[in-house]
Design a binder for this molecule. Structure first.
Ligand SMILES: *Cc1c(COP(=O)(O)O)cnc(C)c1O
Length: 378
């Protein structure tokens, strides 16, 4: 059995070693060709992204946070407009709302699937609401059909934050499926190394089925120009490096295998941890596949930190995604929210714990993790 101290949340090294010849070849080719910005690898990756996700337009950019910002700019959100966003999410989702002078209107999430609670949408929508951002947290889609139907009724745009759910599929009532990020007006994603499709640095993309919107996104990500040095709109400089695209061209071929590997690890955790008093394993939505960017459980009775410390002492890392809900973050106190405003988000911040999950998990290592979790609860 491996020494306990080598256990990691994510094993990027072994993932790389498995495809090293292919990656190294792609990297050296990109370096030698010297087209470091917008090289042919970028165009090829855009095509691969479109093919994989069955989507009309894909635009690459520098990271997932930029993708969110570019989406809101392309949708013409104006300062003072309100955007509905879960209180339980990664900060990036809210950060760009604030940076653009928009007003975040937080919404509480569901305790079981961690997604925004769409039954609270109607009450939050005002004259000023222009957007809703469902976050497909931890690798599972939010329930898009009811969200889209409410958005349509009020003529509001929907941006899917798909940073943690590349490759997940939304399942409609009739059994047909659409990839996460291709269902709302725009989907945004990240290729940060630990995401489901990760590069060797920062990267991001936007997906849309709307050609016109896709063209706008493309222009905004490129300094607002269609033709070099002719700027028709205010844009940003947000590009995916050619070198990162070369890596992603190789890795996207393995995305389905990666999802499958993560699902296998999740299944094994489920079987071992499903009957513990005081621990709830991740709940699977009927309307989505789950690609397990994280395997996040809930611990009741205030024992979460104790479990984290217990496992840490035994060389098993865990993470708390997320320890503080966005509405209670210091930087966002300007919006005047207080403790008690979003009770489920606040409770989850005390209860959630994410166990190691990645594409290279060894059986013996996972068994050791499981054994220690079981011992804690025994
Ligand atoms: C990672 C992440 C982002 C931001 O992606 P970056 O590429 O790190 O900027 C946005 N939203 C969510 C939910 C994320 O997990």
């Amino acid at each position: 059995m491996k020494a306990a101290q080598t256990i990691q949340m994510v094993d990027l090294k072994n993932q790389y070693l498995k495809i090293k010849p292919e990656i190294d070849k792609a990297l050296i080719e990109a370096v030698e060709a010297t087209a470091y910005i917008n090289g042919p690898e970028v165009k090829q990756f855009i095509q691969s992204l479109k093919d994989f996700n069955k989507v009309k337009r894909a635009v690459t950019c520098a990271n997932g946070t930029d993708a969110l910002q570019i989406a809101m700019m392309a949708l013409d959100f104006k300062p003072g407009d309100e955007v509905i966003v879960p209180a339980f999410t990664y900060i990036a989702t809210v950060e760009v709302i604030a940076l653009l002078g928009l007003v975040p209107r937080f919404i509480d999430v569901r305790k079981d699937t961690f997604e925004l609670d769409y039954t609270q949408l109607d009450a939050l929508i005002s004259e000023k609401t222009v957007g809703i951002i469902p976050v497909h947290l931890f690798g599972q889609c939010s329930n898009m059909v009811p969200i889209l139907s409410i958005a349509k009724k009020h003529n509001i745009a929907v941006i899917e934050d798909t940073a943690q759910a590349m490759g997940a599929e939304y399942i409609y009532a009739d059994g047909t499926k659409s990839f996460a990020g291709t269902i709302g007006d725009i989907g945004t994603t990240s290729f940060f190394p630990s995401k489901n499709l990760g590069c060797f640095g920062d990267g991001g993309a936007l997906l849309t089925q709307n050609e016109g919107l896709g063209e706008k996104v493309h222009i905004i990500a490129n300094h607002g120009q269609r033709k070099k040095y002719y700027h028709e709109t205010i844009g940003v400089n947000s590009r995916l490096d050619t070198i990162q695209a070369a890596i992603l061209n190789v890795k996207i071929k393995y995305l389905n295998d990666y999802s499958f590997a993560r699902q296998k690890v999740a299944k094994k955790y489920d079987a071992a941890l499903g009957n513990i008093d005081g621990l709830s394993i991740p709940v699977r939505a009927t309307y989505s596949t789950h690609v397990f960017n994280q395997y996040t459980c809930r611990v009741s009775n205030g024992k979460r930190d104790e479990l984290k410390y217990y496992l840490e002492e035994r060389g098993i890392p865990t993470m708390i995604y997320y320890p503080v809900p966005v509405h209670l973050q210091e930087a966002y106190s300007i919006y005047g929210y207080k403790k008690g405003d979003f009770p489920i988000s606040e409770q989850l911040c005390n209860d959630v714990i994410s166990f190691p999950i990645h594409t290279e998990m060894q059986d013996d290592v996972q068994e050791l993790i499981i054994e220690n979790i079981l011992t804690f609860f025994r």
